[in-house]
Ligand binder design. Structure first.
Ligand SMILES: Nc1ncnc2c1ncn2[C@@H]1O[C@H](COP(=O)(O)OP(=O)(O)OP(=O)(O)O)[C@@H](O)[C@H]1O
Ligand SMILES: [Mg+2]
Length: 356
């Protein structure tokens, strides 16, 4: 006859579909009863009426039936008490919430944090963020995207994120697109709702994205910053001490001004500049020649001034915009444009620099 331990052991292979952790680890397996060749399992749901109950039911039943000597399996559901739920979310979130010491700054869950910044608006930060995230995920890395542009969020639309965050107690579970975890103000509002928050509330929102979101373990967190060199960056830098800056610029000669602004910000918040990406570098003419619509050399110059590497020069390309508007970053539209290769190369260089 099968034992309770055997049942418990095999249930370690069943993850809670939302939290992405084994149900055994989350304290969801409340009771196991063996009755000859029949097994009864009592599962405690994190939230009553959990929409994924049927899936848990199927997976538990299937797993238990894999055991030798089991003919029948039945699952019963109860739900956690408020206290149990609080305890669980507190435990899960503790690794994101900062401690006093250096090693407890709340970022041991993520290997690299890259903030995508620019001196001015509209240069393509969000587009770069979305495409780099896609490229890194395709390389097999675990990626999260934090849209820190609370007023002008664009990540959910650009990345075609249909899902919604699940809230358990005070914990936010981010929806995913192709395995990339995404959090943005836009997931909590619809696109036509103006965000009228000011100062402290804005910081609170970004703070919450850092401390109350169950990111699980990540290789890369990409943070899409709002335009300019404002306070949000400081909030992030203070909380996530290992963050680095990736600067996006257009090719204009005025790059020196941008460098100055970004450089000043980087110094102020003690962030290292990991690289520069030049966007809208040129337009590829049908005859193969390049038209430098916005001038040239700005990215290279900026990189030199910031003492960083130029990771890539991305052409001005209609398909880049079209893919973003359609909600599937260009990188996931293989063969649509040679720019895909440039995003992938840039992602590769970024990894080389960060992983050494
Ligand atoms: N290489 C490119 N070729 C063509 N269009 C592009 C390219 N990069 C970005 N765009 C388009 O330019 C517009 C601005 O890009 P994006 O929103 O990424 O900029 P941003 O720096 O994030 O802006 P903001 O400062 O408002 O946050 C978007 O419509 C985007 O699709
Ligand atoms: Mg943006």
């Amino acid at each position: 006859m099968v034992t309770k331990e055997q049942v418990f052991d095999i249930l370690k292979e069943v993850d809670d579909p939302e939290i992405g952790r084994p149900i055994t680890e989350l304290g969801m397996v409340e009771d196991i009863k063996i009755d000859g060749d029949k097994v009864l399992v009592n599962i405690k749901l994190t939230i009553p009426g959990c929409p994924l109950k049927a899936r848990i039911n199927d997976e538990v039943t299937q797993k238990v039936k894999e055991l030798e000597g089991v003919k029948e399996a039945e699952v019963f559901f109860t739900s956690m008490t408020d206290q149990e739920r609080q305890k669980l979310t507190q435990e899960l979130l503790s690794k994101y919430q900062s401690g006093e010491k250096e090693e407890e700054t709340g970022t041991e869950f993520v290997k690299h944090i890259v903030c995508i910044a620019s001196g001015k608006g509209g240069v393509g930060k969000s587009t770069v963020t979305a495409n780099l995230a896609a490229a890194l995920a395709d390389m097999g890395y675990k990626v999260g995207v934090l849209d820190a542009d609370v007023y002008g969020f664009s990540i959910p639309r650009m990345m075609g994120c249909q899902g919604q965050p699940t809230i358990i107690e005070n914990m936010i579970i981010p929806p995913e697109r192709e395995g990339i975890k995404i959090i943005s103000m836009g997931l909590f509002l619809d696109e036509d709702t103006p965000v009228i928050w000011r100062g402290p509330m804005l910081h609170k929102a970004v703070q919450q994205f850092m401390t109350d979101v169950h990111w699980d373990d990540l290789d890369f967190m990409l943070i899409d910053l709002p335009p300019g060199t404002g306070d949000v960056t400081i909030t992030i830098a203070q909380k996530f001490k290992k963050s680095q800056l990736l600067v996006v610029t257009t090719p204009q000669k005025a790059a020196a001004n941008v460098a100055l602004r970004v450089g000043r910000m980087a110094d102020k918040v003690e962030l290292k500049v990991v690289g520069v990406i030049e966007n809208m570098s040129y337009y590829q003419m049908p005859d193969g020649s390049r038209e430098y619509i916005f001038g040239s050399g700005g990215g290279e110059r900026l990189a030199r001034l910031l003492n960083a590497q130029l990771l890539g020069e991305i052409p001005l390309d209609k398909t880049v915009r079209e893919c973003s508007d359609e909600g599937t970053p260009l990188v996931w539209n293989e063969n649509k444009s040679p720019a895909t290769g440039i995003y992938r190369e840039s992602a590769k260089k970024l990894v080389e620099i960060l992983e050494g």
